[in-house]
Design a protein. Structure first.
Length: 162
């Protein structure tokens, strides 16, 4: 089993604004946004913070076996977005929580293996449990992320077990 470096952090609540789609796999939207120019649009909308967040969540619009994936930046977005872009943005609220971030040194090579290792089990092995009050997870792509071979972090809200 692969070992992933981790870090824990306390994050206050925040909003992510971006492009969203109900998917069977977040890779569907990721591939679209990376290939059609919206990735660069998000970087511009992020203003000084070029981090892109991939938020996987469930809501009442999601049929069984599917979830909402939103690729976005922290809100509010920088001014100057074209009206058609602004109208297509979705906002999702992230509750404050303690989080664990698993670092994947090579997104392309490790993401599938990471899910095979089961991140829910991995946080239990660290002495935590998933914080269902937050109920989502976040793929974090740093400003330096430029290719599928770059590192990224998979973040899960957590709370002490028990």
């Amino acid at each position: 089993m692969a070992v992933y470096s981790t870090r824990t952090m306390l994050l206050p609540e925040f909003d992510v604004m971006g492009f969203t789609k109900i998917v069977a796999s977040g890779g569907e939207l990721y591939d679209e946004v990376r290939s059609d120019g919206r990735w660069e649009v998000l970087r511009k909308l992020g203003g000084d913070d070029k981090t892109i967040y991939g938020v996987a969540s469930e809501d009442k619009e999601c049929p069984k076996g599917r979830y909402r994936y939103t690729l976005g930046v922290k809100a509010p977005v920088a001014a100057g977005a074209a009206p058609d872009v602004q109208a297509s943005l979705f906002t999702i609220h992230i509750r404050g929580s303690e989080w664990v971030a698993f670092r994947l040194d090579n997104f392309h090579d490790q993401y599938g293996d990471f899910w095979q290792a089961d991140p829910y089990k991995l946080i239990k092995d660290l002495g935590w449990e998933f914080n269902w009050a937050v109920g989502l997870h976040i793929d974090t792509y740093a400003p330096s992320f430029s290719s599928d071979g770059d590192p990224m972090e998979f973040c899960m809200p957590m709370r002490p077990r028990g």
